[in-house]
Design a protein around this ligand. Structure first.
Ligand code: ADP
Ligand code: MG
Length: 300
């Protein structure tokens, strides 16, 4: 395991920002850490990277624990903080050289050149950071996170505030980088997780409400949904034999059904036979992660 989080609780004054959080990330995984604003995402990331201590609990990164090996952990991790803290008056190259020196990297010019290439900063490399667009600032942030070649990347809302083109570019870059690294990225956008990650941990009010592969989360936490179209108009009572949580008419011939049962096609055939009609179409539709997230984080 690249990252192991065990029973982490963080209390700020009287507020519990994290409540007994446990999860792990395997080498090579891209984990989406998903939750609404104030859920505790940044707090968790600051604890993993060693910037703040937990109130209780344990974190290990590549086998090193945060209490005994804080410096080793900083070497293992590349961190892009939520408020990407760049030195705006510095030039891109100058800034990356400066970060390279902080990490004690050998052959800094060569490494900076590589970072500029990997992060697509060629055109902007001689500009001052303050002159860059938000998307390019994020690229500089990624370059500083990667310069010491860490095996683990922790990215706190890496795409927030980007326009759709920049967003797509940064997502692609993260996916490419993720091929030989372990990545944990936080976001409050469901589509982001679907687009980039292969595993998701959903956090709400400091507690984990779901943790699994994206496919499993969809399967476990949701029912199966089909849209069926009959050749004649039907009424709700015709569906009485089907056990379902939701039955909605899209038109009088077209119905949306959500059921725990994986396959209800036999039951639908039965309805068609009983009513002397046929099924014109039957399509399965998956629930969007967004709907799952809403269901899991609904406050009662
Ligand atoms: P997220 O990143 O998911 O938006 P945060 O981890 O930033 O959430 O915050 C979780 C909760 O902890 C929020 O309610 C926030 O107000 C609170 N919090 C965060 N940092 C501090 C702090 N330094 N002092 C007091 N409360 C804080
Ligand atoms: Mg945050």
């Amino acid at each position: 395991m690249s990252i192991i989080v065990e029973n982490v609780t963080k209390i700020y004054g009287k507020q519990k920002a994290l409540d007994n959080v446990s999860f792990s990330v395997q080498k090579g995984e891209i984990l989406g850490f998903l939750g609404p604003n104030g859920a505790g995402k940044s707090t968790m990331m600051k604890i993993i990277t060693g910037y703040i201590p937990p109130t209780s609990g344990m974190v290990k990164v590549n086998g090193f624990n945060i209490y005994d090996h804080p410096l080793e952990i900083k070497k293992q991790i590349g961190y892009l903080a939520e408020q990407n803290p760049l030195y705006y008056e510095m030039y891109v190259k100058e800034f990356l050289e400066f970060i390279g020196k902080l990490y004690g990297i050998s052959n800094i010019p060569q490494r900076v050149k590589e970072m500029i290439e990997i992060c697509g900063l060629e055109i902007e490399q001689n500009k001052k950071i303050k002159a860059l667009s938000k998307g390019y600032k994020q690229r500089v942030g990624l370059a500083q996170a990667l310069i010491h070649n860490p095996s683990v990347l922790i990215l706190d809302e890496p795409t927030s505030g980007l326009d759709p083109n920049q967003l797509e570019e940064i997502r692609q870059l993260i996916k490419t980088l993720g091929k030989d690294k372990t990545v944990m990225l936080s976001t409050h956008i469901m589509q982001e997780v679907e687009a980039v990650c292969n595993k998701v941990v959903i956090i709400h009010r400091g507690k984990i409400v779901a943790s699994d592969s994206i496919e499993n989360i969809k399967q476990v936490s949701t029912s199966h949904r089909v849209v069926v179209e009959f050749s004649i108009p039907l009424k709700k009572q015709h569906f009485a034999k089907i056990r379902c949580q939701k039955l909605e008419s899209i038109s009088d011939t077209k119905w949306l059904i959500e059921s725990q049962q994986e396959d209800i096609s036999k039951e639908l055939m039965q309805i068609a036979i009983e009513n002397n009609c046929s099924i014109l179409s039957l399509t399965k539709s998956e629930l969007k992660l967004e709907e799952i997230f809403k269901a899991l984080t609904q406050t009662i």
